[in-house]
Design a protein around this ligand. Structure first.
Ligand SMILES: Cc1cc2nc3c(=O)[nH]c(=O)nc-3n(C[C@H](O)[C@H](O)[C@H](O)COP(=O)(O)OP(=O)(O)OC[C@H]3O[C@@H](n4cnc5c(N)ncnc54)[C@H](O)[C@@H]3O)c2cc1C
Ligand SMILES: C[S@@+](CC[C@H](N)C(=O)[O-])C[C@H]1O[C@@H](n2cnc3c(N)ncnc32)[C@H](O)[C@@H]1O
Length: 637
């Protein structure tokens, strides 16, 4: 999906009973009351709360988030309902989101102020992303898709139980009501889905009918004569493609191989979906392989064309911020990150941010003086500042996730093989003894688990990249916040500094190398723009060696593993059937801290069939089946 800069809403608050959008010449809600309108038209019209009673999950899709009143009314109805579904997923698509201060103003007199305050507090940076905001211990999820409704409806991997059609007046806002939109609704409708809207325009009702909805006119809200409610009753039911079927929709237990960042994140994401995990690791402690580095960076990125990598990194960084905010404070977590720019001028950097409309709570361009002030270094170059980025100790992050998940850990247990036995997957040790079994098995074993993939799935281009970090016990100067660019430097809180990192393909030497230390120190000298670095006695240098697992396209492997030898249609990942009960979350490359949260949320949604919190084009980009698809596209010689 090509992204477009987000243009925030300009709201006219002059009439306190009904804020309006001058650009559309319409009010955001009826003057008779926003919450009351939501209850009558959208909840009542979809027969809610009755229809969500006792369900595991109920999914609503709204066109036009606006001031968030429909969401708040729905959340309130859910919390008041003793029969409420386990999880309420509210997806809303909004092209012109409010700035945080405007949302606060719009909600300042809300009758549901406790909910409105939580929404305002969770309001994300206004980037063109699918923002996953969670409330009520993850039992109420808001998937906020910022951008045009047509773009997003093409990209969503979701099944919807109820639609709230709430664009502005069709005359001033036709894009929110046209036949393409209504047809797309039909493609996302679950069996028995319903829709409701305050509009009774004949063209809308005809469009809904053409999209497979049976419409009915009901009494409207306040002074409105009528409203439209509809039930999905298609002539032909569309089936979900094989590659998008839930991997283990009934599983309540999972076996996860790997207690690093990926495995811990998977355990937490699954716990939020009601799945308990047993996490097995060969090593004696949590996060002792790649994730055992003393510290590492996390942040988004940006590039001129907002390509796949920049978009995925941004989505992942935003998700990581939410997760970190939901966990108890991690020891030695540093907030904010500086990335020194070596090619572009400040003016070019500012132009890039402006072209993409990226907000300052996501990224800022600092001149050399401001970057120097922020970092405490004497910098001659401008730098990108990521307020939501930072540094943290990965093992503490992994432990916090496992604790939040209440996962069982089984350490010192090496899995030599896995296989399917009836409806379960089993993990066995080298002697063939059973280590664990469950209806869902998640491979999250980093570079040491490559051999478990042999014979299980078509070959994938994987690389192991050795990396060495160097530690200086006394650093002068000492950066006040993590700094990256050529390499990176993270202060250790005690006058020392971790500098990294080297990268060598398929080099399995575990010893610390003097040449690698020199490389890291030289990078630090360049990064901090030091004229020279005093020779550091060998005794003052320490370090750590680890291996990253990466794919050839430098994106992770997340989702179901293709069935080996499958001979059907393979030109798109969604057609490729997956092994039931088996998921993978590996190949985190150099970005395990930034990626683990989003990858795990995506994997967990694919397991249960919940709405996937990532757009389809990025989902394809991290799908383990992408290599099989690419192989079919390559011309045969
Ligand atoms: C030098 C260096 C610097 C880095 N810097 C950063 C950084 O700044 N920011 C960042 O985000 N990332 C960084 N990374 C990358 C990051 O460390 C990894 O992406 C991340 O740790 C990968 O996590 P993982 O859980 O996939 O793998 P791991 O942490 O390796 O965990 C996998 C676990 O699975 C276990 N396992 C594997 N096979 C089996 C089996 N058969 N049976 C039982 N257990 C098994 C292993 O023992 C291991 O504990 C760096 C990496 C290196 C090497
Ligand atoms: C009536 S308001 C929605 C009110 C909202 N449901 C609430 O509860 O406050 C309509 C919303 O549709 C949004 N919108 C208009 N055109 C759009 C488009 N093409 N794609 C997505 N959103 C759009 C507007 O910015 C506006 O916020």
């Amino acid at each position: 999906m090509k992204t477009h800069p987000i243009v925030p809403a300009e709201v006219d608050f002059s009439d306190p009973s009904a804020p309006s959008a001058p650009a559309f010449g319409d009010v955001y809600h009826s003057r008779a009351g926003a919450i009351e309108q939501a209850r009558h038209v959208f909840l009542g019209g979809n027969d809610l709360p009755r229809r969500w009673a006792q369900r595991q999950r109920f999914t609503i899709l709204e066109t036009g988030f606006g001031l968030g009143n429909n969401f708040i009314a729905c959340w309130d109805a859910w919390r008041q309902d003793p029969q409420r579904c386990q999880q309420l997923v509210f997806i809303s698509i909004e092209k012109h989101p409010l700035r945080k201060q405007d949302l606060q103003q719009a909600q300042q007199h809300s009758t549901l102020v406790d909910l409105a305050d939580q929404l305002v507090a969770a309001w994300p940076p206004l980037t063109p992303n699918l923002h996953r905001l969670s409330f009520a211990d993850d039992r109420v999820l808001l998937l906020l898709c910022l951008g045009d409704v047509h773009d997003w409806l093409r990209e969503l991997a979701v099944e919807v139980d109820a639609f709230f059609l709430d664009g502005f007046n069709p005359a001033s806002n036709p894009a929110m009501w046209d036949s393409h939109l209504l047809k797309a609704m039909g493609r996302h409708a679950a069996e028995g889905a319903t829709a409701a809207t305050w509009s009774v325009a004949p063209a809308l009702r005809a469009g809904l009918a053409a999209a497979g909805f049976a419409c009915e006119r009901q009494r409207g809200f306040a002074n409105k004569g009528g409203m439209c409610v509809a039930r999905f009753a298609p002539r032909h039911k569309l089936h979900q493609p094989a590659g998008r079927l839930p991997l283990a929709p009934h599983a309540r237990q999972a076996l996860i191989i790997g207690a690093g960042l990926a495995g811990a994140a998977c355990a937490w994401a699954l716990a939020k979906q009601g799945i308990a995990s047993q996490v097995i690791d060969s090593l004696p402690g949590i996060a002792q392989a790649s994730s055992g580095n003393p510290c590492g960076l996390f942040h988004g990125t940006l590039n001129p064309d907002d390509g796949l990598h920049a978009r995925f990194n941004r989505a992942a960084a935003l998700q990581t911020s939410h997760w970190l905010n939901a966990l108890p404070a991690l020891p030695w977590r540093q907030a904010g990150l500086l990335r020194i720019e070596l090619k572009l001028s400040l003016v070019q950097m500012q132009a890039l941010i402006a072209n993409q409309g990226l907000p300052c709570d996501y990224v800022q361009a600092l001149d050399a003086a401001a970057a120097s002030q922020a970092s405490g270094l004497d910098l001659q170059q401008p730098a990108w500042f990521y307020p939501g980025g930072g540094a943290l100790p990965p093992a503490a992050y992994a432990s916090a996730m496992l604790e939040a998940a209440q996962a069982q850990t089984q350490l010192n247990c090496h899995v030599a093989s896995i296989h399917r036995a009836g409806e379960d997957w089993q993990a066995l040790d080298a002697q063939g003894q059973l280590l664990g079994e469950a209806p869902l098995l998640v491979l999250a074993g980093g570079h040491q688990a490559i051999n478990l993939l042999h014979g299980l799935a078509p070959a994938m281009p994987l690389l192991r990249l050795r990396g060495q970090l160097s530690h200086l016990s006394k650093a002068e100067p000492w950066p006040r916040l993590p700094v990256a660019g050529i390499g990176y430097a993270i202060a250790d809180g005690q006058q020392g500094l971790w500098c990294g990192a080297t990268s060598q393909e398929e080099d399995m030497d575990a010893s610390l190398r003097e040449a690698d230390h020199q490389h890291n120190l030289a990078q630090w000298a360049k990064l901090a723009q030091l004229a020279h670095l005093d020779a550091i006695p060998q005794a003052e240098l320490a370090g750590r060696v680890g291996w990253r697992l990466a794919t050839s396209d430098r994106l992770p492997l997340v989702g179901g593993l293709p069935i080996a030898g499958f001979s059907g249609r393979q030109d798109q990942t969604r057609f490729i059937p997956r092994q039931p009960g088996l998921a993978i979350c590996m190949a985190m490359g150099s970005r395990g801290i930034s990626w683990a949260a989003l990858c795990a949320e995506v994997m967990a949604a694919q397991v249960t069939g919940a709405p996937v919190p990532l757009e389809a084009c990025l989902l394809d980009a991290i799908d383990p089946a992408r290599f099989a698809v690419r192989a079919t596209r390559r011309p045969r010689s």
